[in-house]
Design a protein around this ligand. Structure first.
Ligand SMILES: *Cc1c(COP(=O)(O)O)cnc(C)c1O
Length: 216
């Protein structure tokens, strides 16, 4: 039996206790988003800029919009005035643009670096072996209008639980390696199929869509 969107949110929220839930509302209608909002959730995740802007314009203004997917440099300007957290920074070029557009809007934009730990080729993200040198890049240290809050990653889409768990362990280990020095507080990992494992492995923020909207 299918449960309502709000019942799904309440059930997941009870399971995950203090972990932050970002409801991934991509492809969902405004009516469905309103149901999420009326249930009390204010954190929404979208992965396409066009859709994000349209929904931002039509939905209540106290929503925190998370840009969770790959972000093209030339689209940053459309979301820079309002985006709450950019989850998927995977290049210096993108970060530079984010800093520029944040400055134009007189604000500081919070972001996460996206790390690539999954086995799939197609996924975006920084290979862990390149991450330390990126963090030490002098240019990044001078950006005044962006603030790194931590990292985000996705596990391989597989039923093999130990593969998924090991990838989350790798993300957690990268996170804790830098957490103190960098003052990080967000480790964004876990989606509909694997958020329970992600939380066991130290996730602070999960991004869940299909399980809430009953699409599998
Ligand atoms: C779609 C998406 C999610 C949510 O996936 P579900 O399996 O629907 O929960 C999480 N993170 C990113 C980056 C996504 O694109």
């Amino acid at each position: 039996m299918k449960h309502s969107i709000c019942e799904n949110i309440k059930q997941i929220s009870a399971e995950i206790k203090n972990t932050q839930l970002v409801v991934v509302s991509k492809y969902r209608s405004l009516k469905e988003l309103q149901e999420v909002y009326d249930c009390g959730n204010r954190d929404f995740g979208e992965n396409r800029v066009q859709e994000l802007i349209e929904k931002y314009e039509k939905m209540p203004k106290d929503i925190k919009w998370h840009a969770i997917g790959h972000l093209q440099t030339n689209k940053v300007k459309y979301i820079a005035s309002f985006v709450h957290l950019v989850h998927a920074v995977d290049s210096l070029k993108l970060l530079r643009k984010l800093n520029q557009e944040a400055e134009k809007n007189n604000r500081v934009i919070d972001f996460l670096f996206q790390l690539h730990v999954a086995q799939e080729e197609s996924k975006y993200g920084i290979p862990p072996v390149q991450f330390n040198s990126l963090l030490e890049n002098k240019e990044i240290l001078e950006f005044k209008n962006v603030r790194c809050r931590g990292i985000m990653g996705m596990a391989t889409n597989t039923d093999n639980v130990s593969v998924v768990r090991n990838e989350f362990k790798e993300l957690y280990s990268i996170y804790t390696e830098h957490q103190q020095i960098q003052h990080w507080d967000i480790l964004s990992m876990g989606m509909s199929g694997d958020y329970k494992i992600a939380i066991e492995e130290g996730s602070t923020t999960i991004r869940v869509g299909s399980k809430i909207f009953n699409v599998d």
